[in-house]
Design a protein around this ligand. Sequence first.
Ligand code: DGL
Length: 259
Amino acid sequence: MSKAAIGIFDSGIGGTSILKEIHALLPNEHCIYLADSKNAPYGSKSKDAILQLSIKNTELLLAKGCKIIVVACNTATTNAIDYLRENYAIPFIGIEPAIKPAALNTQTKAVGILATKGTLSSQLFHKTTDLYAHGIKVVEQVGEGIVPLIETGQLHSSEMTALLKIYLEPMLKHNIDYLVLGCTHYPYLIPMLSKMLPAHVKIIDSGLAVARQTKAVLSSYDLLNDFDVTARIQLFSNGDIEILKSILNDQFETSYLDF
Ligand code: DGL
């Protein structure tokens, strides 16, 4: 079983930011990635719709023999991971906005969070915020429109710059010193965001933490691939694979799959 692949899914190409972190930390591990671009964005869907899509992706990764599943999507994690853990026998790793480190380290006592509507309205997000952000101003912002632009190859567009300006404005008014990226599509915005934010504002995302957690859980289940192999990284998308390939600079094996 340790030779089986790590299964990873997202509503589209965003979770590749997590795939890259996992591959960098665990270069021996085979990975199978599902980009459910056909159904993106998940962020504006109902909890039940997100759950059904998460089940569909999970079943496909299980059919492909995966040993663990990384839900590389904040929206799917915050809305579906409890169900998945209760109903399937393999371990699941999720991703949540990194509110805790931001709240613990802020000097200005104000942090910004950019995430989808589905994540910001979830119970899990509210629980984490209540737990760690006492006395801290959390400026929440739904990143409406960002995912569709990325999914249609418009990452570096004037529309994107205009949206980001609007979304950052209230955060800057509250003098945030941390910006939490609560969606796996958003790390691709870091070069743009860094130019738009004052130098003292730190951007944090949870990608590396997820990769480390994946390693720890695989190790605890004795599922790490200790064999000296060249990892096979396969990506399947039910959307435009050219956009997926270009965001990955053709680094991995990418094919179209209707799922
Ligand atoms: N990349 C996803 C996330 O982390 C989902 C974005 C979406 O489909 O709305 O939330």
